[in-house]
Ligand binder design. Structure first.
Ligand code: SF4
Length: 374
């Protein structure tokens, strides 16, 4: 699978620490550099038939239909697509007008991941999103009118502008809109963001963990009652609508990440990441070199990653795989570590897979990190 990072946004959301630029000046250069990188790295993936192509960002919907098509065409020079390939484009509600959707509906893109975040203006203003509540709703309906059934929306809970009642309303609207996939995250305060600054200056209240906890479990129960599977801590899907792309990350498959700041993984022990700077990225690619750094993952890194990723999913950690992959010393230590947590009901083993029962998923990252080797 291939991930392509489009590092541009219209404006900076208050909570975001992803890599992007709000100046579109270098857009053409970056797109050419991405195509160059694709050419230079075309032999990296073992499987040249792709089951997933994912445009993430930043804001990929800032591109025109022609620009998106030209990247897909470039990918098709070196790879073929599986018959039921998933081609996802992350899109912001304010970009999903009729012209863009018409163009996109004629392209191979067959899944949209919409950055809705909330259907309430107070939340959207605090987040400094470029769209308002009516655009949030209209964009989904419009995408469906143009034939996009495979839709995911992002929703953020636990904002200081929200509460459980508002959150329930957000979820009622989501169900009424008949969206088959939802990714939902707690509002987190990252360093060097406007939100962090406002909180430090006392302009905005700190998000409350108990409130986020309540909203998370309401979300989980409510969506399950409405026919969704809770298949990863932050992801919910109707049967048949699991994200193939993200599911492949969670199953440790190899992927190639192109564009500034994109990460790649060879499915075993090599990870690399591109420089998170558009100018440097373009400069490197213009001189026919790659803009990436590479790391060989130690046994400890691979172990920790397997635990962290696996324990966040309904599939859990495959204990046979773990025992075959790691040394007897590591496995013995791990067996000791999990005993107490199993006795406390924080971990369970089902069909030789270690899992966190869903009622403890809000704490999944903490539970996993307790099992880390270092
Ligand atoms: S649109 Fe997405 S990537 Fe861009 S600033 Fe907002 S949250 Fe960050």
């Amino acid at each position: 699978m291939i991930y392509i990072h489009i590092p541009f946004c219209k404006q900076k959301c208050s909570y975001c620490n992803f890599h992007f630029s709000t100046s579109l000046q270098s857009k053409d250069e970056v797109l050419s550099a991405i195509k160059k990188e694709l050419f230079l790295r075309k032999d990296e993936l073992h499987n040249t038939t792709l089951q997933s192509l994912y445009f993430g960002g930043g804001t990929p919907s800032i591109l025109s239909g022609d620009e998106i098509n030209s990247i897909v065409d470039e990918v098709l020079k070196y790879y073929s697509f599986e018959k039921d390939v998933e081609i996802t484009l992350e899109a912001n509600p304010d970009d999903l007008d009729k012209t863009f959707l018409r163009d996109l509906s004629k392209s191979p893109v067959n899944r949209l991941s919409i950055g809705t975040q909330s259907f309430f203006d107070d939340d959207l203003r605090l987040m400094n999103r470029a769209h308002n509540a009516s655009q949030a709703e209209d964009s989904i309906k419009r995408a469906q009118d143009f034939g996009f059934e495979n839709l995911s929306i992002d929703l953020i809970y636990g904002s200081p502008t929200s509460n459980l009642e508002i959150w329930k309303e957000n979820l009622n609207k989501t169900i009424a809109l008949d969206v088959p996939h939802i990714s939902s995250y707690a509002l987190t305060v990252e360093p060097k963001t406007a939100l962090n600054d406002w909180i430090l200056k006392g302009k905005v209240a700190t998000p409350k963990e108990e409130e986020q906890n309540r909203e998370f479990y309401y979300l989980s129960d409510f969506l399950k009652d409405n026919g969704f599977d809770h298949y990863e801590v932050s992801n919910f899907a109707k049967p048949g609508f699991y994200s193939r792309h993200n599911s492949s990350y969670w199953k440790y498959k190899e992927y190639l990440g192109l564009g500034p700041s994109a990460h790649s993984y060879n499915g075993a022990d090599v990870r690399s990441w591109n420089v998170a700077n558009n100018q440097l990225y373009v400069k490197k690619l213009n001189s026919n070199s790659l803009a990436k750094e590479t790391e060989i993952l130690s046994q400890e890194d691979q172990f920790n990653e397997m635990i962290m990723i696996g324990l966040r999913t309904i599939w859990g950690v495959d204990l046979d795989k773990l025992k075959n992959k790691f040394s007897p010393e590591i496995v013995e230590k791990f067996d000791q570590e999990i005993k107490e947590k199993i006795a406390d009901g924080i971990l369970v083993i089902e069909n030789n897979h270690l899992k966190i029962p869903e009622k403890h998923w809000f704490m999944a990252d903490g539970i996993a990190s307790d099992l880390f080797l270092i």
